[in-house]
Design a protein around this ligand. Structure first.
Ligand SMILES: [Zn+2]
Ligand SMILES: [Zn+2]
Length: 582
């Protein structure tokens, strides 16, 4: 027998042996490690051997919540929804905050919070009392800053999570932008209204996940387009209406080519300034998305060995969403530049962590919310530039603290070890910051956007609900009384009037800059509260729940993130999408 054949036979024998071995290990694992049931939703979930190894490596117990409940719990620490006029509890000055006047702790204007002229409360740890109860009590006494910003914005008071921007209003999570109104997650945009998850747009209205577009409205997933309406997955198009999957086209309506003159004539027949006309066009656009448009199975770009959706330049990441530059991460949402991070929402440039929400430049941190430049710490809430802290709130530039109280290093280490032993014995160590520490009512958090729940469901989990604060009891106009068309609408007839939202019942008003934009761009007056509009646009994107599906062309198995109830007919695998579209 030639040596090579012997070698082949030997390796195939080894393969069978290996297969049998791994199969036995699998069965053995399934038998001895029962699938845990999620503490919140009672659904059974699995933890892979690889994940067990990670939790072991960073020294935390296995999670007790399923993947979705972990996301939901952590996202509920991110205020998102309303902006409130309230007072800074230190100086009494009027501020706009994502914290309502009923927030469970004092709220300081961030500029004041950053000063050293106030005393952070502290507590002596009681080893016989549940630790997270003591932390909750400390949190209620400790001032929190009013909004997330690095102080580089001009005239962006009604905003949150804002950086190097100017003249923005009711906009959240954005950078390097100017004149943004009612936006969410925008970078480098100018003069845009009602848009989400977009980059370098100018003069656009109601766009979702668009890049480098100008004067383009009601569009989705489009790049480098101008002077167009209702585009889906178009690139380099101009003067187009209601088109999908087009590349470098001009004068198209519903993907049909027209001459410039014909196109202009057809467009002139449509009153884009009419609210009812736009509703009809929106309904038609929905039909296009269902029956005509080709949808790629995911929007991952330059990824290696990754699962999830909306991932860019990432490697070995699983079940992650809306993430750039991640490596060896699992179950992240809204993330940038992370390595070795599990089960977290909003980590930026972090390493070695789990169970945290909103962090920036942190290393080796666990179960923290709003941690900035912290390391080697656990259970922090709104701490900055700290290291070696355990269970602290509102601390800056501190180390070796427990419940904000400073100890000599050796005593700190001894106490932390003891506290963790006690917590472990009580089944407390490894739990996330409790629902009782949530900043806002659930309906006023980012979790509500991704995991909408009603008041009863929220109450059943022990979370709070933000009641409507009526500051404007008098309604000037109902939505039915609003003019249908922006053309001919006199500014003084509508500006600053109180209007009751046709969907949420919330009271809102148009500010002068808004009316000016609608008039200049022939956009009808919106009839719904801004957060409802932002949420509707956001929900045009695929969700966080993957399901097994077959490519609509070749039948190959794919993971689809489009909810089945959307009824999209043409969801294609990447190869088929490329074959069809390019
Ligand atoms: Zn669950
Ligand atoms: Zn295919």
């Amino acid at each position: 027998m030639p040596a090579s054949r012997r070698f082949n036979e030997l390796t195939s024998l080894l393969d069978i042996f290996n297969f049998k071995l791994s199969f036995s290990i699998l069965i053995f694992t399934l038998l001895i490690i029962p699938m845990p049931a999620c503490k919140n939703c009672q659904t059974a979930f699995t933890i892979s051997p690889e994940d067990r190894a990670f939790y072991g490596r960073i020294g935390v117990p296995l999670p007790t919540l399923c993947v979705n409940c972990r996301r939901q719990h952590l996202a509920s620490f991110w205020p998102f929804g309303n902006f409130y006029q309230r007072k800074c509890d230190q100086t009494g000055e009027s501020i706009i905050s994502t914290f309502s006047p009923q927030a469970p702790f004092p709220v300081y204007k961030r500029e004041n919070w950053l000063k050293d002229n106030w005393q952070v409360p502290e507590a002596k740890v009681n080893l016989d009392q549940p630790f997270l109860e003591q932390l909750t009590a400390l949190q209620k006494k400790t001032p929190h800053y009013h909004q997330l910003t690095d102080g580089t914005n001009v005239n962006c008071e009604y905003c949150d999570d804002a950086y190097t921007s100017k003249n923005c209003y009711l906009t959240r999570s954005f950078a390097e932008s100017e004149d943004l109104y009612f936006g969410y997650r925008m970078v480098g945009c100018k003069d845009c209204f009602d848009s989400v998850y977009s980059y370098n747009l100018e003069k656009c209205y109601s766009c979702t996940r668009c890049w480098q577009c100008y004067n383009t409205h009601y569009s989705l997933e489009s790049r480098d387009c101008l002077d167009s309406y209702f585009l889906y997955d178009c690139r380099g198009c101009k003067n187009c209406l209601m088109c999908w999957n087009l590349r470098n086209a001009e004068y198209c309506i519903k993907n049909q080519q027209y001459s410039a003159a014909e196109y202009e004539r057809k467009i002139a027949e449509i009153n884009f300034g009419s609210w009812f006309t736009i509703q009809d066009l929106k309904a038609e656009f929905k039909k296009v998305l269902v029956a005509e448009a080709i949808h790629r199975d995911n929007f991952n770009v330059k990824t290696v060995n990754c699962s999830g959706n909306y991932l860019t330049e990432s490697k070995n990441c699983r079940d992650c969403f809306f993430m750039e530059e991640g490596e060896d991460c699992f179950n992240l949402m809204r993330a940038l530049g992370n390595k070795d991070i599990y089960d977290s929402v909003g980590p930026y440039r972090g390493q070695l962590s789990c169970g945290s929400a909103q962090s920036l430049d942190c290393y080796n941190f666990k179960f923290c919310v709003y941690a900035i430049r912290c390391r080697d710490s656990e259970y922090l809430d709104q701490c900055e530039d700290c290291h070696d802290c355990f269970g602290c709130v509102g601390l800056r530039k501190k180390s070796f603290c427990i419940l904000n109280k400073q100890y000599p290093e050796a005593e700190y280490r001894r106490l932390v070890k003891l506290i963790k032993e006690k917590m472990t014995a009580r089944g407390e160590y490894g739990e996330y910051l409790p629902v009782s520490m949530m900043y806002n009512g659930y309906n006023d958090t980012l979790a509500y956007l991704y995991f909408p729940e009603n008041r009863e469901q929220v109450a059943a989990r022990g979370a709070g609900w933000q009641e409507e604060i009526i500051t404007e009891p008098k309604i000037d106009l109902t939505v039915e009384e609003l003019p249908d068309s922006i053309q001919g609408t006199k500014t003084e007839a509508v500006v600053n009037k109180t209007i009751k939202c046709g969907k949420t019942g919330k009271i809102f008003r148009y500010i002068p800059q808004e009316i000016k934009f609608y008039q200049a761009n022939n956009i009808p007056l919106p009839r719904y509260y801004y957060n409802y509009r932002v949420t509707e646009n956001f929900r045009q994107m695929a969700g966080l729940f993957g399901r097994e599906a077959a490519c609509g062309l070749c039948g190959q198995k794919i993971t689809s993130y489009y909810p089945a109830e959307w009824g999209y007919r043409k969801i294609y695998c990447e190869e088929c999408y490329r074959k069809e579209i390019y």
